[in-house]
Design a protein around this ligand. Structure first.
Ligand SMILES: Cc1cc2nc3c(=O)[nH]c(=O)nc-3n(C[C@H](O)[C@H](O)[C@H](O)COP(=O)(O)OP(=O)(O)OC[C@H]3O[C@@H](n4cnc5c(N)ncnc54)[C@H](O)[C@@H]3O)c2cc1C
Length: 418
């Protein structure tokens, strides 16, 4: 059963995070937008300290302990780890989505280990987020010739049977937090590579490459349209050797199934609704500021009046609020399913594509409605307009998520509908 009342721990967390967003993010939002590649250490160190103090070192939700005994079951609270993350990310993105992306704690990299790693791997790789210094992790899938079509991955991992190590070669681009994971902390990146190029998707695996390992180098930092506080790196792997046990999932190749690939793709079922939540945060920030400016100009939204009696701007604002709320409900459904271990690829993709549409539309319209003021750097509206678009690009573009939705509804495989 889905409850619509916010659980108490989430309400408490939201209150604290709103203070962080208002006092640590918004005041420096413009500065870090204009000083790309400068690192907001005050925010990072504060978040690291706070997350350590609360035991939430990693942004990936903690693994559930063993099954409770039957008599304990009744007392146990329903799981809400992903729901907490969604509310947390929405609030931080409301503060500044670029800065949220540099929050220590593992991000996509930790989520990949959480989704596809064994218990030992989770213990080994995720413990570092509780270390004294802030630690980052990233996931590297995209390559110069490969984005949406992951079967085009060319990076290779070959097992050296003499040393029992995987030897990785290839180039990865657009790796969020790649530089922080490898150069600014003792973190790791999860690299996707093929262990058998002739096996297509069945040969794809992901590998944990830890900071400091020879043969793994950051070669470029992108200059971007939005989310400029977030580092986006190119990484080259040259005969980069990682221990055998750093492979996530089974090293065995079975051409009759793409189970290994699907296991790794499960990362996205967990993270797409969270990306959607960040888009919602930006859209909410925009709508709130828009309403505040209108109110300062004496324009108040007269909720409850029949639609034909409303002005055009009132109708538009109300429509935007409906879009925002409905998109948020899709996020809540997808994370609720993740918390309750229900398969959610359909809901994850739906929430992501809808949030991408909504945040793009709301931020664009806000800039238009405010005219020159919307376009000027005096307000954050133009920044949010630039920050919004990424919601619709990384972790599957809007088009790719539409394809996934269609496949799930029509029960087609990736090969049948692409
Ligand atoms: C700021 C930023 C951060 C990123 N962070 C990461 C990261 O941390 N890790 C990582 O691995 N990657 C990351 N990426 C890469 C991102 O995931 C890819 O850009 C994205 O998956 C699209 O791939 P592509 O750029 O190669 O575009 P393409 O796949 O070449 O697509 C180009 C266009 O064609 C459309 N298209 C493609 N195939 C189809 C189809 N079958 N049907 C209809 N339309 C289609 C796409 O929707 C898109 O509009 C990041 C990108 C950016 C911009």
């Amino acid at each position: 059963m889905i409850e619509f009342e916010m659980p108490k721990p989430i309400a408490q967390q939201s209150y604290v995070l709103q203070t962080v967003a208002e006092n640590m993010m918004r005041p420096v939002s413009r500065y870090f937008d204009e000083h790309e590649h400068e690192i907001p250490w005050d925010y990072i160190n504060f978040m690291h300290m706070a997350m350590r103090a609360t035991g939430a070192g990693s942004l990936a939700p903690p693994e559930r302990k063993e099954e409770p005994k039957p008599d304990e079951k009744k007392k146990e609270r329903p799981p809400i780890a992903y729901q907490m993350l969604a509310f947390m990310l929405e609030m931080l993105a409301w503060g500044d989505v670029g800065m949220y992306l540099v929050t220590p704690g593992g991000g996509l990299g930790a989520a990949a280990v959480e989704a596809a790693g064994s218990s030992e791997q989770k213990k080994k790789f995720l413990a570092r987020f509780m270390d004294e210094k802030p630690t980052f992790a990233a996931m590297a899938m995209t390559e110069p010739q490969c984005g949406s079509d992951t079967s085009a991955i060319r990076a290779t991992a070959v097992l050296d049977k003499n040393t029992n190590e995987w030897v990785l070669n290839g180039e990865k681009i657009f790796v969020t937090a790649g530089q922080k994971s490898l150069e600014e902390s003792q973190g790791f990146i999860v690299v996707w590579a093929t262990i058998d190029p002739s096996a297509g998707r069945a040969g794809m695996r992901s590998f944990v490459v830890e900071a400091g390992i020879p043969g793994c180098q950051v070669t470029k930092m992108e200059h971007k349209l939005g989310i400029r506080a977030s580092d986006t790196a190119s990484i080259v792997l040259t005969d980069c050797r990682v221990p055998f046990e750093n492979i996530l999932g089974s090293p065995e190749i079975r051409t009759d199934t793409t189970k290994g690939f699907k296991g790794a793709m499960a990362t996205f079922d967990a993270t797409r609704p969270l990306v959607a939540a960040t888009g919602i945060g930006v859209a909410r920030a925009t709508l709130e500021l828009l309403k505040q400016i209108l109110a300062e100009q004496g324009i108040h939204i007269r909720y409850g009046l029949p639609r034909q009696k409303l002005t055009n701007i009132e109708r538009e604002i109300i429509d935007m609020e409906v879009m925002l709320q409905s998109a948020w409900l899709l996020v809540i459904k997808a994370v609720w399913m993740a918390d309750n271990k229900k398969s959610n690829p359909l809901e994850a993709s739906m929430s992501k594509l809808r949030a991408g549409d909504v945040v793009t539309r709301i931020t664009q319209r806000a800039v238009e409605l405010m005219g020159p003021l919307g376009y000027s750097r005096e307000l954050l509206l133009e920044k949010w307009f630039r920050d919004a678009k990424i919601t619709d690009i990384y972790e599957g573009t809007g088009q790719i998520n539409r394809l996934i939705v269609a496949r799930n509804i029509l029960d087609y495989s990736g090969r049948e509908l692409r």
